[in-house]
Ligand binder design. Sequence first.
Ligand code: ZN
Length: 115
Amino acid sequence: MHEFYIALSIVETAELEVKKAGGNLVEEIVLEIGDLAGVEEEALEYAWEEAVKQTILEKARCTIEKKSGIARCLNCQQEFTLSFAYDICPSCNGFRKELLQGKEIRIRSLTILYN
Ligand SMILES: [Zn+2]
């Protein structure tokens, strides 16, 4: 289940950030997950509960913000949203495109407690 490794690496990154900032607990974490990142949201939430046990994130509220897939057609330059990585351009049916958004898995913000 790769969501578990994703959750673990998010926790590791967050712990580093909190340490750098000199805090000792996370109150809230906001994650940005792209629709094309291949992450099953339910699986991630389930994995999250396990991954945060006995960490500074154990009591943190976790919010997931979904980012839709956006690409620019390399044929006609049209920007369009896509649900699947292999979606074609709706204007010219071209399949060559540059992905602008939708594959991200990242921490958007951390609310750190100092006490
Ligand atoms: Zn096009």
